[in-house]
Design a protein around this ligand. Structure first.
Ligand SMILES: CC(=O)N[C@H]1[C@@H](OP(=O)(O)OP(=O)(O)OC[C@H]2O[C@@H](n3ccc(=O)[nH]c3=O)[C@H](O)[C@@H]2O)O[C@H](CO)[C@@H](O)[C@@H]1O[C@H](C)C(=O)N[C@@H](C)C(=O)N[C@H](CCC(=O)O)C(=O)O
Ligand SMILES: Nc1ncnc2c1ncn2[C@@H]1O[C@H](COP(=O)(O)OP(=O)(O)OP(=O)(O)O)[C@@H](O)[C@H]1O
Length: 542
């Protein structure tokens, strides 16, 4: 396992090389101008060159943000921040006493979280210079769509950046991803770094956590996109309505100029109605009379699809994605539309699509095609719904072809989904190879048993002739799948996507499903595709 970066080394990667200086006085004036209550204790001429909300990552000259959290008040760590070279502290009334006792100047604000984004913009100058931003939110498809947008922008000759679950990239420079959407000070540092490197357009996954925690404050999106909404993160949001309302904040005119919203479900239609940014709606139903753009003439082509994207004004674009899965038609249409919404001409877009085939971009571990004959695909689907969708979308129309699936259930997580995933696999595949996912510290054998029992029960109740095998470790299960595959078959290795370590009984073992598949394919005389686009930073565990 590669050595993890220290928090300070990781933080430094998110900063521009050139330093700007801002005074606490300038920050105070900004807060007053924008109607916020704030005061300074100590030297108001103090300069800062960075801003950071984690004492472990503070760099010399930073303003340390001591904010209240769910577990601690950041003021508890103000002393550590001072020791690391913080030039000042931003805190609230609760953190005042601890912070001012350290002798550093203190900027006191009524609500710290409320002002972090805007102050970060002042510190890094992103209120003046920032790449054109494309933000994606929704439960599924954010990562895939953001890679597609980046590929389309590149095909149009733009210098791009990317911020998301799998990786951060500033131009060609890879940076380990910490959260799907980093904290506001890190995002602003990163945008300044991207601008410094000549990046003029960046895509960003905007998680619901980031909207709740105000991580994207102070940034303005040229175009924000919505994929879909299904049940998730109710621990944070409490209800689907609350989850929806949190996501809706991205489509407010205060945050985004334009919104491209997929209206295939009711949540999408509600989102379009609620948005105050200029809305373009997208439907994958060609007969939807209410959508501004629709998808039509979808035909299977190779493992992917060819289709038309039609505008209400008569515009028509011919699109192709080589990525398997019906949902990748929707992701592709959304990606193209978001770039069109930023002001690109239809004819220019069509030329770029034809020349560079950007919608076939390899997204690490997301319906990633490792070989075409047999079709060998690695996907991140790790719950019953996603597994059903992935399995039903990879079945080939060639008579006699089979679907072979390799997957397992995660340890120390919702045990009720284990037999359900087994049943889903038995229903949609011809051969089910049950193996280990990430057992974590749980004994993997009973996990496999529970999954296999669900598969057997489905077979018994519905009189299926699906074959079920239990094989471990995971590498051997993948080898067995390839050994039994014929050229017309499809092998889906599901659950771990781009992850490169598997935690078994508390030990991290190096394991990359894509590498295992490639090895087994070569051993069996098949030809895997070029591996050069796995493109994941080795620092990322996923
Ligand atoms: C639930 C959640 O998102 N919590 C975030 C929140 O934590 P918190 O408010 O509870 O903070 P806390 O732990 O009480 O600490 C209070 C303050 O002390 C600071 N601190 C703490 C310890 C220390 O040694 N030094 C120090 O300075 C903390 O940085 C924080 O500012 O604020 C912290 C820092 O500001 C975040 O790091 C933390 O994210 C945690 C690490 C996290 O795992 N978040 C996940 C759930 C998340 O955001 N995920 C979404 C994607 C979800 C998905 O789609 O699957 C994402 O965008 O990545
Ligand atoms: N538009 C979509 N609708 C439904 N499922 C999708 C869609 N796009 C991708 N998927 C499925 O969901 C999985 C996760 O896709 P992706 O990583 O693009 O989404 P995400 O929103 O970024 O989720 P995560 O944060 O979990 O990575 C994929 O492996 C695929 O199985």
């Amino acid at each position: 396992m590669p050595e993890a970066l220290t928090p300070r080394a990781a933080e430094a990667l998110l900063r521009p090389a050139s330093k700007r200086t801002t005074t606490l006085r300038a920050m105070l004036e900004y807060l007053h101008e924008t109607g916020r209550g704030a005061t300074i204790i100590g030297d108001d001429g103090q300069t800062v060159t960075g801003i950071c909300m984690d004492s472990r990552a503070v760099l010399p000259g930073d303003l340390y943000i001591a904010a209240p959290g769910a577990r601690f008040h950041g003021a508890q760590f103000a002393q550590a921040a001072a020791k690391a070279g913080a030039a000042g502290i931003l805190t609230d009334l609760e953190g005042e006493a601890t912070s001012s006792a350290l002798g550093l100047p203190v900027l006191l604000a009524d609500d710290v979280r409320e002002v972090i984004g805007e102050l970060s913009a002042l510190v890094y100058g992103t209120d003046e210079t920032c790449p054109e931003l494309f933000g994606l939110t929704g439960t599924n498809g954010k990562t895939t769509t953001s890679y597609m947008i980046r590929a389309v922008l590149r095909a149009l000759g733009r210098e791009t950046g990317l911020v998301g679950t799998i990786e951060i990239a500033a131009g060609d420079q890879p940076i380990p991803s910490i959260l799907t959407t980093p904290e506001a000070p890190q995002l602003h540092g990163l945008m300044a770094k991207m601008a410094e490197l000549g990046v003029d357009a960046a895509t960003m996954e905007v998680s619901s956590h980031s909207l709740s925690y105000r991580r994207v404050d102070g940034l303005r999106f040229a175009v924000a996109g919505f994929t879909n909404l299904t049940q998730d993160h109710l621990d944070l949001h409490g209800s689907m309505e609350e989850y929806f309302t949190t996501k809706a904040a991205l489509f407010d005119l205060e945050r985004s100029d334009r919104a491209v919203i997929t209206v295939d479900d009711q949540w999408g239609r509600d989102m379009a109605a609620k948005a105050t940014a200029e809305v373009w709606t997208l439907s994958t139903d060609a007969t939807n009379p209410n959508a501004d753009w629709t998808v039509g003439n979808v035909v299977a082509a190779g493992l992917g699809h060819r289709f038309e994207l039609r505008g209400a004004q008569g515009q028509v674009l011919d699109l192709f994605t080589g990525l398997p899965g019906d949902f990748n038609v929707s992701n592709s249409a959304l990606a193209v539309l978001m770039v069109l919404a930023s002001g690109v001409e239809v004819t220019k877009m069509q030329a770029a699509l034809d020349a560079a085939n950007p919608l076939t971009v390899q997204v690490p571990g997301r319906m990633q095609v490792i070989a075409e004959s047999p079709a060998a695909i690695v996907d991140f689907a790790h719950n019953p719904d996603a597994l059903a969708r992935a399995l039903s979308s990879v079945r080939s129309s060639t008579p006699g072809s089979r679907v072979i699936v390799v997957f397992g259930a995660t340890g120390e997580r919702d045990a009720t989904k284990r037999p359900i995933m087994g049943a889903v696999a038995a229903k949609h595949a011809d051969v089910v190879i049950v193996t280990d996912d990430d057992p974590h510290s749980e004994d993997p054998a009973p996990i496999r048993e529970a999954v296999a029992a669900g598969a057997s029960e489905e077979i018994r109740v519905n009189g299926l002739d699906t074959q079920v095998l239990q094989i471990h470790p995971r590498g051997s299960a993948i080898t067995a799948a390839v050994a039994m595959a014929r050229e017309n078959d499809t092998i889906l290795v599901a659950g771990r996507g781009h992850e490169v370590f598997q935690e078994v009984m508390g030990v991290n073992i190096e394991l990359d499903d894509r590498e295992e598949l490639r090895r087994a394919l070569l051993e069996n005389g098949f030809r895997p595709l070029d591996a050069s686009r796995d493109s994941v930073n080795p620092e990322n565990k996923g």
